[in-house]
Design a protein around this ligand. Structure first.
Ligand code: LM2
Ligand code: CA
Length: 465
């Protein structure tokens, strides 16, 4: 779970949700590499259920049919090329590994033509013993999240639960992941990790050769028997508390409550935590909502805070617009739900900021604010928070060692204040408005700052006017 494996001291990951492999390759060269983004989380690359039966829903990708690398995002050759082009641009590929389960129990044919029936998937998993049959509720479905056995051994949402406790299943999963490592992927997101005993994940990861960055998706609401901390011996873990805490602070106008974000009791240590403002599930209310996303007020302020605050490895969401929570990416239904590209001749490009009613690619990762803050985060390295200041609940400021300074104003009026920046004397540019705002720091590190409403002033010691 060591984030520096992604190639920098404070790496930033972006999730290009449902993007095509050839688009990602181009994006690595044209935007991600130049912006200093370290890695891309890609949608599951393996064969999933057919799109027709589910009207092109995005969640088809979470119903594996085989480990063949054919998916809505492209084929194996395109996947390999993407890895190579991104690597050349300094960007690693983090694969979303759906290994807890296969498709929903039923029959059909996968997107690459692999047939399946209940508990039989092509020639990959062919025996009932390859699946857990938990013996609860007659239908073996998960209902009671207070019951550890049930959560880990029954079927999640009707999805055939793999017997990850058995040697043969572990071996098949490890072969899949090892194949990806050999193609050059940099890491894995372990999907539905809470639904597998930590020991099973550990046994699979132990078989891998290479040194991937791994984070496990464990939704720990703080009141269930399975806790995020159990998974730390394997690799990093998602800290869902972060998104909720940040959303609550911002929605209630209480930025001051962020002073100790990350130090809460029971939270993961910074290096072991994967954090985000929103993810693909939460932004559309799957597994509960309670987070901020691109259409929400103050989303930019949330991103600014996350990238300025030295806790966890941040993951940015790069979305497509939707008007119902099942809808897949921009696509052509008549052509087998072909995903419309971002780049190239029939490429849609990215929507303009605020254009939320058009179907298209949002590309939050390209927003100038995001680019500036990614640069800031990397320049700050491990510089600790210093000089915490607040004026009421909705206006805060803090320094990052002597390297940087941030002031955030969530109130309805401009915030004019004398603040300690911790920076050497000089005149600095606000990184968020192309130096339209300038701040003079005196010999004692103090500055008279003017922070517009619903925005921030961000200074980097290395970026004087
Ligand atoms: C995850 N992490 O633990 C993913 O982040 C999440 O997106 C996945 O659910 C889930 N776990 C399983 O990998 C999504 C989506 C579900 C969808 C499943 C499977 O949020 O709504 O379930 O993928 O495609 C769908 C239907 C559901 C049905 C199920 C099985 O929405 O009603 O359950 O398929 O047919 C009967
Ligand atoms: Ca399981």
């Amino acid at each position: 779970g060591d984030p520096t494996r992604l190639g920098s001291e404070s790496p930033v990951i972006v999730h290009l949700f449902e993007w095509r492999w050839d688009d990602i390759a181009t994006e690595c060269e044209t935007h991600l590499g130049p912006a200093g983004i370290d890695a891309v989380q890609v949608s599951p690359p393996n064969e999933h259920i057919a799109l027709d039966g589910v009207d092109g829903a995005w969640w088809a990708r979470y119903q594996p049919v085989s480990y063949a690398l054919t998916s809505r995002s492209g084929d194996r050759a395109a996947f390999q090329q993407m890895i190579e082009r991104c690597e050349a641009a300094g960007v690693g590929i983090v694969v979303d590994a759906v290994i807890n389960h296969m498709a929903g129990i039923g029959e059909g044919v996968g997107i690459a033509g692999t047939p399946y029936t209940p508990f039989h998937y092509g020639d990959l998993y062919t025996r009932d013993e390859d699946f857990n049959h938990c013996g609860r509720h007659e239908d073996d479905q998960i209902r009671d999240y207070q019951d550890r056995h049930e959560v880990q051994h029954c079927h999640l949402l009707g999805l055939a639960d793999l017997a990850t406790g058995t040697e043969s299943v572990r071996e098949r999963i490890a072969d899949y992941l090892q194949g990806l490592l050999e193609m050059g992927v940099a890491g894995f997101r372990i999907d539905a990790a809470k639904h597998m005993p930590a020991e099973d994940i550990g046994a699979i990861l132990e078989r891998l050769e290479g040194n991937p960055y791994v984070f496990q998706e464990v939704i720990d609401p703080g009141n269930e028997p399975i806790e995020a901390g159990e998974y730390l011996t394997n690799a990093a873990v998602t800290e869902f508390g972060y998104s909720h805490h940040l959303a609550t602070a911002i929605q209630s106008g209480d930025l001051a409550s962020l002073e100790t974000l990350g130090q809460e009791k029971g939270w993961l240590k910074s290096d072991s935590a994967l954090v985000f403002v929103d993810n693909h599930d939460k932004q559309r209310g799957h597994v509960g909502g309670g987070v901020l996303m691109h259409r929400d007020d103050h989303y930019r302020l949330a991103l600014t805070f996350m990238l300025a605050w030295p806790y966890g490895t941040p993951k940015l969401m790069s979305s497509f617009t939707f008007d119902d929570g099942n809808q897949g990416p921009p696509s052509v239904a008549e052509e087998g739900w072909r995903t419309l590209p971002v780049h190239g001749e029939d490429g849609l490009g990215c929507l303009d900021q605020g254009e939320v009613d058009t179907r298209g690619w949002v590309c939050e990762h390209r927003w100038p604010l995001v680019t500036a803050m990614v640069d800031f985060r990397q320049a700050m390295g491990d510089a600790p928070v210093a000089h915490w200041q607040q004026a009421g609940a909705s206006r805060i400021a803090f320094a990052r060692g002597g390297r940087g300074f941030v002031a955030l104003n969530l109130s309805d009026e401009t915030w004019q204040a004398e603040l300690v920046t911790g920076l050497p004397a000089g005149e600095y540019c606000n990184l968020l408005d192309d130096c339209v705002t300038r701040v003079s720091v005196d010999d004692d590190g103090w500055a008279e700052a003017e922070v517009a409403r619903d925005s921030a002033v961000v200074l980097n010691a290395e970026r004087p006017v």
